[in-house]
Design a protein around this ligand. Structure first.
Ligand SMILES: *[C@@H]1O[C@H](CO)[C@@H](O)[C@H](O)[C@H]1NC(C)=O
Ligand SMILES: *[C@@H]1O[C@H](CO)[C@@H](O)[C@H](O)[C@H]1NC(C)=O
Length: 313
């Protein structure tokens, strides 16, 4: 009886879902390329061991991609004419390390599962992996995105949050991507309150190797900033601003003005809650990342699968 009822509900569900509209799902590659997440993780770890900026650069790249024409890896495309999405003034100086991480992960995946995994899905997996490397929570990534076939700088304007927006303006831009104010705060919080705790990389600043206490792959100026933010033998839970280009500033990049979020009475209680309760923040961050990863996705037979993420042909 129960089984028949289950079957009936499943049929109703499939009728509603029907119409060939494909959905994202965590098991999307489990038969075609079961190793994809392990391959990506390995590539991300390798890149991270060379460059700390891998973390903020990649998160920011994913965010920008999703907010312009959906999470379809169109931000990755290079244009000989300088008019691709990544060339728009609003790209807010996306760091090359973000691009490089995606390219390397995709190359590693292509070597083992050719022509099966979209760049858009690689971006989503990489974003989860860097969040974990930064001390954030892990979560399952929904997959099955297809890559966009268009990348134009003219489509960027107005879609990304800019510094100095009011809370209402921020809400509007995020709402276009089905994200709430809490999601906005969770994404912003990833920068400051969320993760990136000093003890995660103190060894790279103070005890990397006997001959070189500071990890030589770190830019010396950046290493100095990190040391100031994370003095030796101090409370290991001190959170650190992950953005090396704009220390102490929350905006400019993935995140927009934190001042608005911290000061507006409407958003302030959530900011305070996230700052005081890592559990609340982590739960919200997971929900938000999964929602962000659904923004404007192409699935089924829409879009395509790019072999070289930077090339539309
Ligand atoms: C971002 O835009 C600036 C100014 O338009 C440009 O100089 C820069 O090369 C772009 N960055 C990337 C990574 O494409
Ligand atoms: C927001 O959600 C609605 C309803 O599920 C969906 O039709 C729309 O495509 C979504 N928008 C984006 C940008 O994902």
């Amino acid at each position: 009886m129960e089984a028949r009822r289950g079957l009936f509900l499943l049929m109703i569900f499939m009728m509603i879902k029907g119409k060939g509209e494909a959905q994202l799902m965590e098991i999307f590659y489990s038969s075609s390329s079961p190793g994809v997440e392990a391959i990506v993780k390995q590539a991300v770890s390798a890149k991270f061991s060379q460059k700390f900026t891998t973390i903020p650069a990649t998160l920011r790249l994913f965010f920008h991609d999703c907010f312009v024409m959906g999470c379809d890896a169109s931000i990755m495309v290079s244009s000989p004419n300088g008019d691709a999405e990544k060339d728009a003034p609003d790209n807010l100086s996306l760091a090359g390390d973000g691009f490089d991480t995606i390219v390397k992960a995709k190359e590693a995946v292509e070597a083992q599962c050719p022509n099966a995994v979209s760049c858009a899905d690689i971006m989503a997996i990489v974003s989860r992996d860097v969040a974990v490397l930064a001390g954030g929570p892990s979560f399952s990534v929904e997959l099955g995105r297809r890559d966009g076939l268009i990348s134009q700088s003219s489509l960027v304007a107005g879609n990304l949050p800019e510094p100095h927006l009011t809370l209402a303006q921020l809400d509007t831009i995020f709402a276009k991507n089905n994200l709430s104010q809490i999601d906005t705060i969770a994404l912003s919080g990833a920068h400051t309150v969320g993760f990136s705790h000093c003890n995660r990389f103190a060894n790279r600043l103070y005890s990397f190797s006997p001959s070189s206490p500071v990890d030589p792959s770190l830019d010396p100026n950046y290493a100095k900033q990190l040391m100031n933010a994370c003095p030796q033998n101090v409370d290991p839970s001190i959170a650190l601003n992950m953005d090396p280009t704009t220390p102490q500033i929350f905006d400019n990049g993935m995140f927009t003005s934190d001042e608005v979020l911290c000061n507006d009475p409407a958003s302030k209680p959530t900011v305070t809650d996230f700052a005081n309760s890592p559990g609340d923040f982590n739960a919200a961050f997971i929900t938000t990342m999964r929602k962000l990863g659904r923004a404007g996705v192409k699935t089924g037979n829409q879009g395509g699968i790019r072999i070289d993420c930077t090339n539309l042909d």
